[in-house]
Design a protein around this ligand. Structure first.
Ligand SMILES: CCCC(=O)SCCNC(=O)CCNC(=O)[C@H](O)C(C)(C)COP(=O)(O)OP(=O)(O)OC[C@H]1O[C@@H](n2cnc3c(N)ncnc32)[C@H](O)[C@@H]1OP(=O)(O)O
Length: 254
């Protein structure tokens, strides 16, 4: 079975996680969850790593969210809660990761792909990339805690617009809403300029600032709010509206 998260360490002081399921547009499977969590642990323990960067393999997708085919076998509230809370716990770990994190949107970010991006400290996107919290159009909500995290990061009017509409935005429109920090024109490798200054800072300084956020989120029980979000999503998961929407995606004719 091939690796679903490629890990590259750069001598400049960052570690890149590359979501690697191109035939599924880098959708999140159980295997990917395991490898993603292991990569986070590896980066946390490596003192040379100052920044973690998450991106997708290829130029089509950052991440297309949960693997709709693999997770379609989860039918009931309880079955889906197991999967949702598992990835939710990993995204909490990403949100409270002790060093700065960046989502580098090389291609489409849909559904849970936007939840992963929300859990990072910064979101950079290639010009023209499409993204959206499409869960509402599938009869569910964000289920990995992504809305609770998003509400911590951008003005609530913008967050509610992204979540309630459940539609696709361009990177440029998402920047207007504050979701994307920088749109990269031309060569995606230009993203490195964004971290030039940060990588010159002492790791202790980076971690101390991050710790301020982590303390706040511990005090305001971000973890509990994310678990509640997974529970709410699980209730919607077992509705006909959701199962029909997923059937329709999986049975689409090209
Ligand atoms: C569980 C937490 C909440 C969630 O994440 S719910 C899932 C939300 N995600 C979606 O609805 C994503 C649906 N996918 C898309 O909209 C598009 O595939 C996307 C990402 C814009 C990329 O478009 P294109 O580049 O044109 O690629 P495509 O549609 O032809 O897809 C290529 C192959 O990948 C597959 N794929 C894409 N997203 C997937 C997914 N999430 N789960 C499982 N399979 C997925 C798709 O079925 C297609 O497979 P095949 O080549 O027809 O066998």
């Amino acid at each position: 079975m091939s690796q679903t998260v490629l890990v590259e360490k750069n001598e400049r002081g960052y570690m890149k996680f590359i979501l690697h399921r191109p035939e599924k547009r880098n959708a999140v499977s159980y295997q990917l969850m395991e490898e993603f969590e292991a990569a986070l642990d590896q980066a946390a323990q490596d003192n040379d790593v100052k920044v973690v960067v998450i991106t997708g393999y290829g130029d089509r997708a950052f991440c297309s969210g949960g693997d709709l085919a693999e997770f379609h076998s989860l039918y009931t509230e309880e079955e889906s809660y197991g999967m949702l809370s598992k990835m939710g716990a990993i995204l909490y770990k990403l949100a409270v990761f002790k060093k700065p994190t960046i989502a580098l949107l090389n291609g489409s970010a849909v559904g849970g792909g936007c939840e992963i991006a929300s859990a990072c400290d910064f979101r950079l996107a290639k010009s023209g990339v499409k993204l959206g919290f499409v869960q509402a159009s599938l009869g569910i909500t964000t289920g990995w805690g992504g809305a609770s995290i998003l509400l911590e990061k951008i003005p609530y009017q913008s967050a509610m617009k992204l979540l309630l509409n459940g539609t696709i935005y361009t990177a440029e429109a998402a920047k207007e809403l504050g979701f994307i920090d920088e749109v990269i024109q031309g060569d995606l490798e230009e993203w490195e300029r964004f971290v030039d200054t940060i990588l010159n800072r002492e790791v202790g300084v980076l971690m101390a600032y991050k710790n301020l956020l982590i303390n706040k989120w511990e005090e305001t029980d971000l973890k509990g709010r994310m678990e509640m979000e997974s529970r709410q999503c699980a209730k919607l998961w077992e509705t006909d509206a959701h199962h029909q929407a997923v059937d329709s995606f999986l049975n689409k004719t090209k």
